[in-house]
Unconditional design. Structure first.
Length: 419
């Protein structure tokens, strides 16, 4: 393994190596940031934009900690003294181009809704409401930094603020990433392939335990509103059943189905994949923390625990009075950590170059995307105008709690991820 592949995100933090004014062939300044949860493929995407931009005569400024970085600029200081600003060059990004995470770091900050306690100290006198809109400061900071184009890389929350900035007159080209693959307007988001690959791999490893003890295996994965990260691995053979946020499930029915699968399996076990946003009939989402982030989301987690408890409790009713034990595993951050797989290494490079094509053409207010197997772009407003969810009637069997697919002809590679 090369040394660069063993570095962590914090190890990869770099300071400016030269003054911004020293860059030659100036065509404009491009700002890049990453927001929301980290996924494999972010660093290669940053590298793709940076290398192409420098080749074409742009300056590239990395903004640390997502939108939080843009509200923590001290305009009375020199740019080279800003802690949240990093001048990107070829040497800096080539070291991290194959690594996971984001060396620019991330946050879930929403500059439109900054709570009083999170307002930067130098702005507290001016912004002293319980919730504050710091967009005026963001606009001033972009002007101070001389940024001509912003390239945010993130999910629908991060990119929704990019759409808001576009509405304020800022030139924005967005790149979608999220392991949930739920950004509207694109079949694919950076991080999803690695998520699916890891999920299948880890579930197959857990099968040895489930089979050895003849148990149910309950695997909880990410997916707040959209069930792609549970549905696609199940389609790939990782599980017998899956429950997703788009359709509330009946625990008795799920128990019956898993017992049926268990009896039919030579090793007498069965597997169910659970989206973290899945809900019991008559129930609501399960949260592990009541605190909300800048976009109003509570932290999910724990539905797998409840399902496991109920399966064990209900199983005697459908199993001749015999209780079935459960192995319960929350994959969580394991599927979003580490280096990107081949698809995420390719797509992020393509997305970065597609973003630069749009900038070279003088376009703005666009999001790069993959639609029906082709790279293109869509208006950035699509991010806030619609939701991307599993189309239950077409792709989910509500009686059998498993993927439904009859015809692959003319479908995109990920089958269920387009309009």
């Amino acid at each position: 393994m090369g040394e660069e592949n063993n570095q962590t995100a914090s190890d990869n933090h770099i300071r400016p190596t030269k003054k911004l004014a020293d860059i030659k062939n100036f065509k404009g300044t491009i700002g890049i940031l990453t927001g929301g949860g980290d996924v494999p493929g972010l660093n290669p995407a940053i590298a793709a934009v940076t290398i192409r931009a420098i080749q074409e005569g742009h300056k590239v400024v990395g903004i640390r900690n997502g939108w939080e970085g843009l509200i923590n600029i001290h305009r009375d200081r020199k740019i080279e003294e800003q802690e949240r600003i990093t001048l990107l060059d070829r040497a800096a990004v080539k070291k991290i181009a194959r690594s996971g995470g984001t060396f620019l770091h991330s946050s879930r900050t929403n500059p439109i809704k900054v709570s009083k306690d999170l307002v930067p100290n130098h702005l507290k006198e001016q912004y002293n409401q319980e919730v504050n809109d710091l967009t005026p400061e963001v606009l001033k900071n972009l002007e101070y930094l001389g940024i001509d184009y912003m390239v945010p890389i993130g999910g629908d929350d991060t990119l929704s603020y990019g759409a808001h900035l576009h509405g304020q007159g800022v030139k924005v080209i967005a790149i979608p990433k999220t392991m949930d693959n739920d950004v509207p307007g694109t079949d694919y988001c950076i991080g999803f392939s690695t998520c699916v690959t890891r999920t299948v791999e880890y579930v197959h490893q857990l099968r040895t335990c489930a089979g050895s003890h003849e148990r149910f295996l309950v695997v909880e994965v990410f997916g707040r509103y959209a069930g792609f990260s549970a549905l696609i691995p199940t389609m790939a053979g990782a599980a017998d059943r899956c429950v997703i946020p788009e359709h509330k499930f009946n625990i008795d029915r799920l128990t019956e189905l898993l017992l049926e699968d268990k009896r039919n399996h030579p090793s007498n076990y069965s597997v169910v994949m659970v989206s973290e946003g899945a809900m019991f009939e008559g129930g609501e989402m399960v949260f592990s923390d009541q605190q909300v982030d800048g976009f109003g989301h509570k932290k999910l987690g724990g539905i797998g625990d409840l399902i496991s408890m109920k399966l064990r409790e209900i199983s005697p009713k459908y199993n001749n009075g015999q209780e079935v034990q459960v192995i319960n595993q929350r994959l969580g951050y394991m599927v979003r950590s580490g280096n990107p797989d081949a698809i995420d290494s390719i797509v992020c490079m393509a997305f970065g170059n597609l973003a630069m094509n749009l900038i070279a053409a003088g376009k703005s207010g666009r999001m790069v995307c993959l639609r029906n197997g082709r790279y293109e772009s869509v208006p950035i407003g699509i991010i806030t105008s619609t939701k991307k969810l599993v189309e239950v009637k077409k792709y989910y069997n509500v009686e059998r709690y498993r993927p439904c697919f009859m015809n692959f002809e003319d479908r995109p590679m990920w089958i269920m991820t387009t309009d």
